[in-house]
Design a protein around this ligand. Structure first.
Ligand SMILES: NC(=O)C1=CN([C@@H]2O[C@H](COP(=O)(O)OP(=O)(O)OC[C@H]3O[C@@H](n4cnc5c(N)ncnc54)[C@H](OP(=O)(O)O)[C@@H]3O)[C@@H](O)[C@H]2O)C=CC1
Ligand SMILES: O=C(O)[C@@H]1CCC=N1
Length: 265
């Protein structure tokens, strides 16, 4: 039995718990300072009342609170970090480099970063992993295997994680914004809310599956829909020659800027 402990039980932790809950050989335990009882009843997993109790039980501790709470958590873990230094720490914090995490938690601890997204709840997540020299190959492999249970995962040099965080970590919100606009346009043109929602979601899901299950690139798939090059092409040209990429680039840059301002010390 592998025990995964979460410090923080918000949106991200809950999504991971749900994803891993499907594996019987994984036991999970969480700590959240104020939402303990609610989380326990919603997730049906063990909840403890201090971060130290999470650490004592866990083989792997997932740091899943906000970056600004890291120092408080590190202080609460001071004793157990010395008593049980073999615990593997995985930080899902969007900010906070491995170097900063080591400075706060301890130089010799095994720490990995996992930039993930809420789709892990359904095991359709994407996780970018980064390790430093303190993490051996078998531990890297074991962590990667765990995240593979939650969707796709790749290892990156740490400096790429800020891009991965903006594209994948924040990505569900951006894709949802696209669906919302698609739906709004349908409604403006006379469809009911339900009709517009079904069309937006089915088109998004179907297109995603189509591109996942065939070797088609995005341009090739678009060309299939454009077919005779009459009506779809008018709209496609408007989107691709318009400002879609610029708008997305602006959204990703704003996200990365904000993450870089995050201070964990
Ligand atoms: N949401 C997302 O899609 C993603 C989030 N992340 C990262 O995950 C982390 C958590 O984000 P998210 O789940 O959205 O945030 P939430 O606000 O949903 O959850 C934060 C959690 O931290 C707990 N908490 C607050 N103070 C402390 C403390 N002193 N010690 C321990 N736990 C504490 C809160 O407990 P309580 O409610 O009881 O106060 C809550 O359970 C962030 O660092 C974020 O960057 C990364 C990728 C995606
Ligand atoms: O908004 C946030 O801070 C986190 C980081 C990635 C997704 N959500």
């Amino acid at each position: 039995m592998l025990t995964i402990g979460f410090i923080g039980a918000g949106q991200m932790a809950q999504a991971m718990v749900k994803g891993w809950q499907k594996r019987e050989e994984i036991h999970q335990v969480v700590y959240a300072p104020t939402a303990e009882k609610q989380v326990a009843s919603e997730l049906g997993i063990q909840v403890v009342d201090t971060p130290a109790k999470v650490w004592e039980q866990a083989d792997m501790v997932v740091l899943a609170m906000k970056p600004q709470d890291l120092q408080t958590v590190a202080d609460e873990l001071r004793l157990v970090r010395m008593q049980k230094p073999e615990v593997i720490i995985v930080s899902v914090l969007a900010g906070g480099t491995l170097k900063e995490l080591h400075q706060v938690l301890g130089e010799r601890l095994v720490i990995a970063r996992a930039v993930s997204n809420i789709n892990v709840a359904l095991r359709y997540g994407y996780t970018g992993l980064a390790f430093d020299q303190y993490v051996d190959a078998s531990t890297r492999g074991a962590i990667a295997m765990l995240f593979l249970e939650l969707g796709k995962t790749d290892e990156y040099p740490e400096q790429k994680l800020s891009v991965v965080s903006a594209l994948a970590g924040s990505g569900p919100a951006f894709v949802a914004a696209f669906v919302k606009s698609y739906q709004a346009v349908g409604q403006q043109l006379g469809l009911t809310e339900d009709q517009a929602q079904v069309i937006a979601l089915q088109t998004l899901t179907g297109t995603g599956i189509n591109m996942t299950e065939t070797p088609l690139s995005a341009t090739q798939l678009a060309n299939l829909a454009i077919a005779a090059g009459v009506s779809t092409n008018a709209g496609y040209s408007y989107l691709t020659q318009g400002q879609l990429e610029e708008v997305l680039s602006g959204a990703v840059s704003a996200t990365m800027d904000k993450n870089e301002q995050g201070d964990i010390s």
